[in-house]
Design a protein around this ligand. Structure first.
Ligand SMILES: O=C(O)/C=C/C(=O)CC(=O)CC(=O)O
Ligand SMILES: [Ca+2]
Ligand SMILES: [Mg+2]
Length: 428
C-alpha cells in the first residue's frame, strides 16, 4: 500500500508533551529546524512537543536513513536539496520512530537521552542559508489601507495590483532568526514642514505580520515554474516579521520601492513547517476578479487556514498585549501564483530562497498586520494592557508573532517569531 504523506500511521506519540491539544508541535506537524546546545555544534532537528529530535544523532546510529551527513550541517539546505521524495521519506521515518507503538527509542534510555533534547536547553539558529529574499504585497486589505495612507484615498488600490502579485527584491543578508535583537535604524526622514530631509533614528518603527515560504525545488535560469506545479517547489513555511521604518519608506519609495525602510532586519521563526503538515488545512482563496492572466491560473484550493497573531510587550510589562489577530487565508494571491509570477520572466530561484507573503491584514480593525494601519500612520494610538499607548514601536518593546492551524484536538503550530527593539546606534 502506498502511504499518504499527509495522514501518517499513528498520531499519538510516546513523547507525552506532543499529545497535548495546545502544543504547536504534535505528531501531525514535525517541522524542521537547526539547533545547538552548550556541548554540541549546530545540527538538524525536528520539534516534537517540548522536545527536539536530533536527526544527526539518529542518523549516526543508523536509525534514520538519508544521504550521509545532511543532518550534521548548520543549515537545512543540503537536506532540502534532496527533493520531495526525501522530505516525505524522512518525515515518515520520524513519525514511525515517535509513534506510541514503536519501542526502539522509547525503551532505550541511553539513546533517548542522546537523541531527545529539551527545547528549553537548545538555541535555535537560522534554519536555512537564504540566497535570496523576495517580499510580496498580496493582501488586498493591506494594499488598500497603505494606498489610502501613502497615496490617494480615492484610488487606494493601484490598477496593476489586481493583475500582478506585486513584489520587490528584499535583502537576504539581514534575515535573522527569532530572538535576535533588532536595532532601530538611522536614515533619512522628510518632515512635512522642511524642504530637505533630516537624518536620524527612525521615529515610525513598525512590524509587518507575514508568513514566508522556503523554495525547496529550484528552477533554472530561463525556465519558468508553471502555476499549476508551483506548490511542488515549496519546502515549507515560517512566520516572518518584515520590520519597517515608515518614515524612511514614505520618503524613499518613489519610484523604485522600499529600500532602507526594509533592509535593516527581517525576523523569521526557527521551525519550517512542511507543506505536508499544512495540507489538511488547505482552503479556497478569495475570489479573483478580474480573472488572472492564463499564466497565473490554477485549479482547486491554494490558500491555507493559518491563524495569526501579533503581540506587543513593553520592556517592563508582565504580559504582552495581542494587537492583531488575522488569517493567512485572506491573502488574495496564492504562494503558487507568487512563485509563477516571480519566475515567468525566466528568473531562477535557489534552494533556501525566502518569499515573504506581504503583510497579512484582514477585513476588521482587530485584524490589521501593521501599526501603520492600526494607528492611521501615527495619527491615533493603541492602548496596551499596561495602559501605555503606542503609535509605533518604542525601544525595549518586544514584538511576537504566533501562528497555528487548528485541527480537531490538535494544532499544527509555527512556534513564535519574536524580537526586542534596541535603541539606534549614535551616528558620528
Ligand atoms: O504601498 C506601498 O507603498 C508599500 C507597502 C509596503 O509596506 C511594502 C511591503 O513590504 C509589502 C507588504 O508587506 O505587503
Ligand atoms: Ca513586507
Ligand atoms: Mg524586511
Amino acid at each position: 500500500m502506498k502511504s499518504d504523506p499527509t495522514t501518517l500511521p499513528s498520531l499519538k506519540s510516546w513523547v507525552q508533551s506532543a499529545n497535548a491539544p495546545d502544543t504547536d508541535f504534535p505528531m501531525q506537524n514535525l517541522p524542521f529546524g537547526v539547533f545547538q546546545t552548550a556541548d554540541s555544534p549546530a545540527r538538524v532537528g525536528v520539534a516534537i512537543g517540548s522536545e527536539i529530535l536530533d536527526l544527526a544523532a539518529l542518523a549516526d546510529v543508523g536509525l534514520l536513513h538519508c544521504e550521509p551527513g545532511v543532518f550534521s550541517r548548520p543549515r537545512l539546505n543540503d537536506f532540502i536539496a534532496l527533493g520531495r521524495v526525501a522530505w516525505r521519506n524522512v518525515r515518515e521515518q520520524i513519525s514511525a520512530l515517535l509513534s506510541e507503538s514503536n519501542r526502539t527509542l522509547q525503551d532505550d534510555g541511553g539513546l533517548r537521552s542522546k537523541a531527545l533534547i529539551s527545547r528549553a536547553q537548545a538555541t535555535m539558529l537560522l534554519p536555512v542559508d537564504i540566497p535570496g529574499y523576495t517580499d510580496f504585497y498580496s493582501s488586498k486589505e493591506h494594499a488598500t489601507n497603505v494606498g489610502m495612507l501613502f497615496r490617494d484615498p480615492q484610488n487606494a488600490l493601484l490598477p496593476n495590483w489586481s493583475e500582478i502579485p506585486i513584489g520587490y527584491n528584499g535583502r537576504a543578508s539581514s534575515v535573522v532568526v527569532s530572538g535576535t535583537p533588532v536595532r532601530r535604524p538611522n536614515g533619512q526622514i522628510k518632515l512635512p514642514d522642511q524642504e530637505r530631509p533630516i537624518f536620524g533614528p527612525c521615529r515610525k518603527l513598525d512590524l509587518e505580520l507575514e508568513t514566508g515560504f522556503i523554495v525547496g525545488v529550484p528552477n533554472q535560469l530561463g525556465d519558468p515554474i508553471p502555476c499549476e506545479r508551483a506548490e511542488q517547489h515549496i519546502f515549507g513555511m515560517v512566520l516572518l516579521n518584515d520590520w519597517s521604518a515608515r518614515d524612511f519608506q514614505a520618503w524613499e519609495y518613489v519610484p523604485l520601492g522600499p529600500f532602507n525602510a526594509k533592509t535593516f532586519a527581517t525576523t523569521i521563526s526557527p521551525w519550517v513547517v512542511t507543506m505536508d503538515a499544512l495540507e489538511p488545512f488547505r482552503t479556497a482563496q478569495p475570489v479573483q476578479s478580474p480573472e488572472p492572466l492564463p499564466y497565473l491560473r490554477h485549479e482547486g484550493k491554494h490558500a491555507f487556514d493559518i491563524e495569526l497573531e501579533a503581540l506587543l510587550k513593553p520592556q517592563q510589562a508582565a504580559e504582552p498585549t495581542t494587537i492583531a489577530h488575522t488569517n493567512f487565508k485572506y491573502m488574495y494571491w496564492s504562494m503558487a501564483q507568487q512563485l509563477a509570477h516571480h519566475t515567468v520572466s525566466g528568473c531562477n530561484t535557489r534552494v533556501g530562497d525566502l518569499m515573504g507573503s506581504g503583510t497579512i491584514s484582514g477585513p476588521t480593525r482587530d485584524s490589521l498586520g501593521s501599526l501603520l494601519e492600526m494607528t492611521f500612520n501615527g495619527r491615533e494610538s493603541i492602548t496596551l494592557k499596561t495602559g501605555e499607548k503606542r503609535a509605533f514601536i518604542e525601544d525595549g518593546d518586544e514584538l511576537v508573532l504566533r501562528g497555528w492551524c487548528q485541527g480537531e484536538g490538535f494544532r499544527v503550530g509555527f512556534g513564535t517569531c519574536h524580537g526586542v527593539v534596541l535603541p539606534a546606534k549614535p551616528f558620528e
